[in-house]
Design a protein around this ligand. Structure first.
Ligand code: UDP
Length: 238
């Protein structure tokens, strides 16, 4: 069973739960999609039914960010821990290496995606890399063909939201070889070392947002969605 916040589904599964579930789905050749949910996206979904539909139609909606966790606490929901996009990607990389599933990396700037792969290979020397593309490729049909021919079974799409979710929806059917799709936003920037993650104490306390705000004050507009979201959730029936 999934939680629902303002009509947006969130999966209560942990990293391990998702990987275990995915193993079964991959063995049955069922396609799966992973999408990160945060207050900003839930608020966007209020204004755009297509965004809501996109999120709810995916296999796993992960609770990326402390906002969803707080909402679950106040509403007595079943989401008990965060599942961040970047850590989910890390788990999938380990899964890919372990079960030898070829991975394709699509998104971010050329130097970012290539550096991310270089760094990933240092920690996962046996990971099968099917290929990559930067996120500014104009010829979508040619790219889809390239991903198909690469034989990739796991695809990370790093274009930001909702661009990456729309891309996955448009191209899933043509990419039957891909069994796991994850929209990973700025995660290639993190793996490449271009963007630093918040120091451990911030992460432990669940206040990465504070660190990000301090290092990039222009995020205030995005972050102000959090209190608005919480007030709305508190007022909502379910
Ligand atoms: N990006 C891209 N193509 C585009 C627009 C964005 O590859 O047309 C990349 C951009 O280089 C960055 C990522 O998408 O690596 C966006 O990250 P952001 O942190 O904005 O995404 P979020 O996680 O907030 O959705």
């Amino acid at each position: 069973m999934k939680d629902s916040y303002l009509g947006v589904d969130v999966s209560p599964l942990t990293y391990e739960g998702i990987i275990e579930d995915l193993r079964g789905r991959v063995a049955r050749s069922e396609q799966s999609t992973i999408i990160a949910v945060n207050p900003e996206k839930v608020m966007a979904a209020q204004k755009d039914p297509q965004v809501k539909q996109l999120i709810n139609a995916s296999t796993y909606q992960i609770a990326d960010g402390v906002g969803i966790l707080l909402a679950s606490k106040v509403k007595g929901g079943t989401v008990t821990s965060r599942v961040t996009g970047v850590d989910m990607m890390a788990r999938l990389l380990a899964f890919a290496e372990e079960d030898q599933h070829p991975v394709f990396f699509y998104g971010a700037k050329e130097e970012v995606v290539t550096k991310a792969i270089e760094e990933i290979k240092k920690t996962h020397p046996n990971i099968p890399v099917a290929g990559y593309s930067n996120g500014y490729e104009k010829d979508e049909a040619a790219l889809v063909e390239r991903i198909r021919e690469s034989g990739a079974r796991i695809l990370f799409v790093a274009l930001g939201s909702p661009k990456q979710e729309l891309w996955m929806k448009r191209n899933m059917r043509a990419l039957q070889n891909v069994l796991v799709f994850q929209g990973v936003g700025g995660s290639f920037d993190v793996f490449s070392g271009t963007v630093k993650r918040a120091p451990a104490p911030f992460r432990k306390l669940g206040i990465e947002w504070l660190y990000r705000l301090a290092s990039n004050p222009s995020r205030i507009k995005r972050q102000l969605q959090l209190p608005v979201f919480l007030v709305k959730v508190l007022r909502s029936q379910k």
